[in-house]
Design a protein. Structure first.
Lengths: 303, 278
C-alpha cells in the first residue's frame, strides 16, 4: 500500500533531477563549446608556431619566452596599467561621493539625478571614443579651446603618451562613474538610517559619517567594483583602437594588451603567439584581482 | 540659530551645485554630439566653436548613408539584440529557477562553477572560438554573434537571486499539489512573478549586445552583416576629417538605445539597485 506513493515520490525525484539538468544545460553546453574548450585549446595553440593556413610546429614555451623579450608586450602592459590607474582610482572615489550625495534624504529630484548620472553607461564604447576623440582634438577640440581661454597652448593629446592615456581614461571615467555610483547607492540604501542619526546626535559631521560609517559598511560593494573595474580595465580595447588607430598609434602610445592580442591574431595571423598573449592576459587579470582583493581586505581590517 | 541655518543653506547650495555639475558633465557629450552632427565641420573648426545645434543634421545623415549602409547595420543590430534578449531572458530565468527552487545533485558545485566562469575574459577563448565559428561556416553570419550568447552566467546568477527572493515556495508547492509539471510551474507561476526582473535583465542584455564590439569585429567582416558599432568604426576610420558626418552617424547609432533606456529608466534603476543588494 505504501509502495505506490513511495514510488511516485521517487519518480518525482528523478523527474526533478532530469528537469533541473535540462533547464541548466543550455548554459553549460555553450560554456563547454565557447568557454572551456577554447581556453584549453588556446593553451595548446600557444605552444605552437601557428599561422592562418594551419601550418603548425610545436615549439614548447618559446612563445612565452618571446613575449618576455617583446618590447611591444611591455609597452602594452605599461599602457594598460597606466590607463587603469588613471581611470579607476578617481572614478571609484568620485562614484562614492556621488552615491553618498544621491542618498541624502533632503535631495529633491532624486530620480532625475540618478537617471542622468547613469546615462553615459548606455553609450557604446565606439560612440564614446568618437565623441571624446573630437573633444580631445589637437586643433579644434573643445578641451584645447578651454585651455586657450586659460592662456595655455594647445596640447596634441594623440601624439603624447600621457595625453593619450588621459584621453582614454576620461572615456572610461565618463562611462563608468555613474554606474558605480548606482551600485554604491544600492549598498547605501541597505545601511540603516539610525546609524547616521545616532552619529548626528553624537555630534559627528557629515564628513566623519562618510569616512567612519559609509565607507566601512560599503566595503563589500567597493571590493566588487574594484574587481569589476580591474577585469574590465585589463581588457580595454575599443577605446585605444578608436582613439589611437591600429597598433595604438605611431609610437604605440595607445597599445593595450588586448589590442596587441587582436593585432597579432587577426592582422598578423600569428595565432600561436596571440594565444600565448591571451593566457598572459588571464594570469595578469587573476593576479591583479587577487592583489586588489588583498589590499581592499586589508583596508577593512585597518579599523 | 541664524548662523546654523546660514551654513546649512550654504551646504545645500554647494550640494546642488555639485550634483548639477556632475549631471551637466554626464549629459553634455550627448548634446555636443548633436551640435557637431547638425553643423558643418567648419563651424566646429572655428574659435570659439559652435555651441548651438545647426540645421544640417539631415544633410550629414545623407552623407552617412552614402558611405555606409546604415539601415542594414541598424536592422542587423536589432535582429541580433532582440533575438539575444528574448533567448537570454528565457534560458537564464529557466536555469535561474532550477538553481533557486529545484533540488538536484551537484547544484552548489555547478553554481560555484558558473559564478567562477564569469572571471574568464572573453579574449582567452577568442582565437579558438573564431576557429569554431569558421568551421561551422558562420563567419559573416549573424548566428556567429547570436548562438554563443543565448545563455550567460551573469543572467543566470542574476535570475537565481531574483527568483529566490521574489517567488514564494508555498506558491510552487501549491502548484505541485495541483499536478503541475516542473515546466508548468516555471511557465505559469515563476514567469508572471518575475516581470520586473525581466525588465532589468532585458535592458542590460539589449544594451550589452547593441554595444558589443570585439567579437562582432572579429567574425562579421562583410559589410552586409555589419552591426551598428562596426559601421560606426568604419565611418570613423574612413573619413577622419568629416566630424559632422561621423557624429551624425553616432547620434543615429545612440538614439535607439537612448530611447529604450529613457522609456524604462525608472524600473531599470530601481531594479538595478534592488538586484544588487539581494
Amino acid at each position: 500500500m505504501l509502495a505506490k506513493p513511495l514510488n511516485r515520490a521517487l519518480n518525482q525525484r528523478i523527474r526533478d533531477h532530469l528537469n533541473a539538468y535540462l533547464f541548466i544545460s543550455p548554459f553549460f553546453i555553450l560554456f563547454a563549446v565557447f568557454g572551456v574548450f577554447p581556453m584549453i585549446f588556446t593553451a595548446w595553440v600557444s605552444l605552437h608556431k601557428w599561422n592562418i593556413v594551419g601550418a603548425k610546429t610545436f615549439i614548447g614555451l618559446q612563445n612565452y619566452k618571446f613575449i618576455m623579450e617583446d618590447p611591444y608586450f611591455w609597452k602594452s602592459l605599461y599602457n594598460t596599467f597606466s590607463i587603469w590607474f588613471l581611470s579607476t582610482l578617481p572614478q571609484l572615489f568620485f562614484a562614492l561621493i556621488l552615491a553618498f550625495l544621491l542618498n541624502q534624504s533632503m535631495l529633491k529630484g532624486r530620480e532625475f539625478f540618478r537617471i542622468s548620472v547613469f546615462l553615459p553607461n548606455i553609450t557604446s564604447v565606439v560612440a564614446v571614443a568618437i565623441i571624446f576623440g573630437a573633444l580631445f582634438g589637437q586643433h579644434y577640440g573643445l578641451i584645447n579651446y578651454a585651455l586657450s581661454l586659460l592662456g595655455m597652448d594647445p596640447i596634441d593629446f594623440r601624439s603624447s603618451v600621457l595625453g593619450t592615456h588621459l584621453a582614454i581614461s576620461s572615456m572610461v571615467m565618463w562611462r563608468w562613474t555613474g554606474y558605480n555610483a548606482i551600485i554604491y547607492l544600492a549598498g547605501l540604501q541597505s545601511i540603516p538610517n539610525d546609524l547616521y542619526e545616532a552619529a548626528t546626535i553624537d555630534g559627528a559631521t557629515k564628513r566623519q559619517q562618510f569616512f567612519f560609517i559609509t565607507i566601512p559598511l560599503l566595503r563589500p560593494m567597493i571590493i566588487f567594483t574594484i574587481i569589476l573595474s580591474t577585469i574590465g580595465g585589463m581588457q580595454i580595447f575599443a577605446e585605444p583602437l578608436m582613439f589611437s588607430g591600429p597598433g595604438g598609434g605611431s609610437q604605440g602610445q595607445g597599445l593595450t594588451i588586448t589590442l596587441l592580442l587582436y593585432e597579432e591574431a587577426f592582422a598578423r595571423q600569428a595565432f600561436g603567439y596571440a594565444s600565448a598573449i591571451a593566457w598572459m592576459l588571464f594570469f595578469i587579470i587573476v593576479a591583479f584581482s587577487l592583489v586588489n582583493m588583498f589590499f581592499a581586505k586589508k583596508l577593512q581590517s585597518a579599523d | 540659530m541664524t548662523r546654523l541655518s546660514a551654513s546649512f543653506n550654504l551646504g545645500r547650495i554647494g550640494f546642488y551645485t555639485f550634483l548639477i555639475l556632475v549631471t551637466a558633465l554626464s549629459v553634455f557629450p550627448f548634446y555636443w554630439m548633436y551640435i557637431i552632427g547638425s553643423n558643418v565641420t567648419a563651424a566646429i573648426n572655428q574659435f570659439p566653436p559652435a555651441m548651438i545645434p545647426g540645421g544640417r543634421f539631415i544633410e550629414n545623415l545623407i552623407k552617412v548613408y552614402e558611405n555606409v549602409n546604415f539601415n542594414r547595420a541598424l536592422i542587423n543590430s536589432f535582429v541580433v539584440s532582440a533575438t539575444l534578449t528574448v533567448s537570454v531572458l528565457f534560458f537564464c530565468s529557466l536555469a535561474g529557477f532550477a538553481f533557486a527552487k529545484l533540488n538536484f545533485r551537484g547544484r552548489n558545485v555547478l553554481f560555484a562553477f558558473l559564478v567562477g566562469s564569469m572571471m574568464v575574459p572573453t579574449q582567452l577563448g577568442l582565437i579558438p572560438s573564431y576557429m569554431i565559428i569558421s568551421k561551422l561556416g558562420w563567419l559573416d553570419d549573424l548566428r556567429a554573434v547570436i548562438i554563443p550568447g543565448i545563455a550567460n552566467a551573469f543572467g543566470i546568477f542574476w535570475m537565481r537571486q531574483y527568483i529566490s527572493s521574489s517567488v514564494p515556495n508555498e506558491l510552487l508547492e501549491a502548484g505541485r499539489i495541483d499536478g503541475c509539471s516542473t515546466f508548468r510551474l516555471f511557465w505559469n507561476i515563476v514567469v508572471p512573478a518575475i516581470r520586473p526582473g525581466y525588465a532589468t535583465l532585458g535592458i542590460i542584455t539589449f544594451m550589452g549586445s547593441w554595444n558589443d564590439f570585439l567579437w562582432p569585429l572579429v567574425v562579421l567582416k562583410d559589410r552586409s552583416v555589419h552591426t551598428v558599432q562596426i559601421a560606426l568604426k568604419n565611418l570613423n576610420g574612413a573619413y577622419y576629417q568629416d566630424f559632422s558626418m561621423i557624429l551624425a552617424g553616432t547620434v543615429l547609432a545612440t538614439l535607439p538605445i537612448l530611447v529604450i533606456f529613457l522609456l524604462f529608466s525608472k524600473q531599470f534603476i530601481s531594479g538595478l539597485t534592488e538586484g544588487a543588494v539581494k
